[in-house]
Design a protein. Structure first.
Length: 201
């Protein structure tokens, strides 16, 4: 019998890990207003996303306002432009995957909000890191949520049947529902990877 509780293991592992990173950077880099704002955001966003699979609009709006304010105060009009460009880039990067059903609207807004805080150039680096972590998280969630052992046995049976009958149509996989999981953690890991290792492009 399938253990339903195991489905939540990757959710809490990744969400808890992202919250731990946020707490560490909140304390370690408390002198940097941008890191403090981002870390407070990720603490709350990952907590809600892990429990409820959503990122509240109020959180995203708060990060956008904070990002625009920080940029405008420190760099004036050019800072405002940089913040708005980051906001639009963040939304644009996930808009097509969202329209294809791969992301929730909250994920798109979250990356846009982070873009408002970082500006466009740093956001591109975060996006690349985020993609790596998102892929790893997707695999982890698939293993725990798709009854991986049973699926592997079914696939091996199809391979054997195809080899014996020489009918490649038997290798055609069954259609499965699109895998969705809380993505705030992947964005957080991407952000903290950028802070730790710098640019990747």
């Amino acid at each position: 019998m399938e253990n339903k509780g195991s489905h939540n293991i990757p959710r809490y592992l990744t969400g808890g890990g992202a919250m731990a990173c946020a707490l560490y950077f909140l304390i370690d880099q408390r002198a940097d207003p941008s890191v403090v704002v981002a870390s407070l955001y990720f603490l709350l966003a990952c907590a809600v996303d892990t429990r409820q699979s959503r990122i509240p609009n109020l959180l995203n709006l708060s990060l956008i306002i904070a990002g625009i304010t920080i940029h405008t105060v420190t760099a004036g009009g050019s800072g405002l432009f940089d913040s708005l460009a980051g906001l639009l880039l963040g939304i644009g990067l996930l808009l097509l995957p969202y329209l294809m059903g791969g992301f929730g609207a909250g994920d798109v807004k979250a990356l846009g909000a982070l873009g408002a805080l970082l500006g466009p150039k740093p956001l591109l680096h975060v996006f690349v890191y985020m993609a790596f972590f998102g892929g790893g998280m997707a695999l982890l969630h698939y293993i725990f949520n798709a009854n991986f052992t049973q699926k592997t046995r079914e696939w091996l049976t199809c391979v054997k049947a195809s080899a014996l009958t020489r009918d490649p149509r038997l290798l055609k996989p069954e259609k499965t529902e699109a895998l969705r999981f809380p993505y705030a953690a992947a964005i957080a890991f991407g952000y903290y990877s950028y802070l730790t290792w710098g640019g990747i492009l």
